[in-house]
Design a protein around this ligand. Structure first.
Ligand code: CP
Length: 316
């Protein structure tokens, strides 16, 4: 594979390669000096046309740990303000010497479009409401670490499924690894029939629930999502208060959940909306483990696409 554009086009084996590589690389982060020279001389350019904290800074940390140079471009202060197109921006930054681009863009499919013309690898860091493949890979890595398996699990994803690129990548990723995915949220924020057919990889591996209780009951993993207000236009339905009442995860749900259900959230979190404040203290909440694993996964991605490395072991 030349680019990382979505989970839809990855095989189970390709996903496993990324996870194995990340597991091998993670120990570098715990060394007294967490830095190796492997990607010295490589230039990574982060093109962030939308805000980001976790994805952007973990890619930067991954690049620095592997000794690559990284430049970050957020549009402000560049010729985008004079109307320069995404494709011209890519061509010009290639001429400056970019070896790989990481792109976050509000338009679904933007990384796929530039990948057709780019001479160097394109990594999708989130494209509109389409996919966020590196988030799904770090979510899989976190579950594999916590539960020791990625198959035969019940994964409940709660919230704004329709607009969530994280949900779209996670729905495909967990099914590809052999688990079932149950989604729940306000009805107008759930997949329509066409989308349901796209997400359902097998007859029994994807299910839509209209009540949060049906999705979280006996789930091994619960992934809570942020309501994507910025993608809803003028509509303010449901209000945050209504959302919390009907779909927010609260202490009263604990009796329905398995004793050790893993609780995840991709961030940023609206505490008091999708998660009650009390859930921060829930002992099987792994939200910051996800963030930490984001660095390891992104190291694996940079190494894989800049050197072709797939099974790296014993790094000095
Ligand atoms: N999870 C995630 O993509 O967070 P950021 O938007 O902060 O990168």
């Amino acid at each position: 594979i030349k680019h990382l554009l979505d989970i839809a086009s990855l095989s189970k084996e390709e996903i496993e390669d990324f996870l194995n590589l990340a597991e091998n690389l993670k120990e570098i982060l715990y060394r007294p000096i967490p830095k190796v020279p492997t990607l010295r001389g490589k230039l990574i350019i982060n093109l962030f046309y939308e805000p980001s904290t976790r994805t952007r800074f973990s890619f930067e940390k991954a690049a620095k740990t592997l000794s690559a140079d990284s430049l970050t471009f957020t549009g402000k202060g560049t010729s985008i303000e004079k109307g320069e197109t995404l494709l011209d921006t890519i061509k010009n930054l290639e001429a400056i010497g970019a070896d790989l681009f990481i792109i976050r863009h509000p338009v679904a499919g933007a990384p796929h479009f530039v990948a057709k013309y780019s001479k160097v690898p394109i990594i999708n860091a989130g494209d509109g409401t389409h996919e966020h493949p590196t988030q799904a890979l770090l979510d899989l890595l976190t579950v594999k670490e916590k539960l020791g398996t990625l198959s035969d699990l019940k994964v409940a994803i709660i919230g704004d499924i329709k607009h969530s690129r994280v949900a779209h990548s996670d729905i495909l990723a967990f099914q590809k690894m052999g688990s079932t995915v149950w989604v729940s949220g306000p009805v107008h924020l759930l997949p329509d029939i066409k989308e349901e057919n796209y997400f359902k990889l097998s007859e029994r591996s994807f299910k839509i629930c209209y009540k949060i209780e049906d999705a979280i009951k006996d789930a091994d993993i619960i992934i809570a999502l942020r309501i994507q207000r910025e993608r809803h236009g003028e509509a303010l339905i449901p209000s945050f208060l209504e959302y919390h009442e009907f779909f927010g995860l609260k202490p009263e749900h604990l009796e329905l959940m398995k004793e050790k259900t893993i609780l995840m959230h991709p961030g940023p979190i609206n505490w008091g909306v999708e998660l009650a404040y009390e859930m921060e203290k829930y002992p099987f909440q792994v939200i910051l483990d996800q963030v930490e694993n984001g660095v390891a996964i992104r190291m694996a991605i940079l190494l894989r696409f800049l050197t072709g490395e797939r099974g790296y072991e014993d790094f000095n």
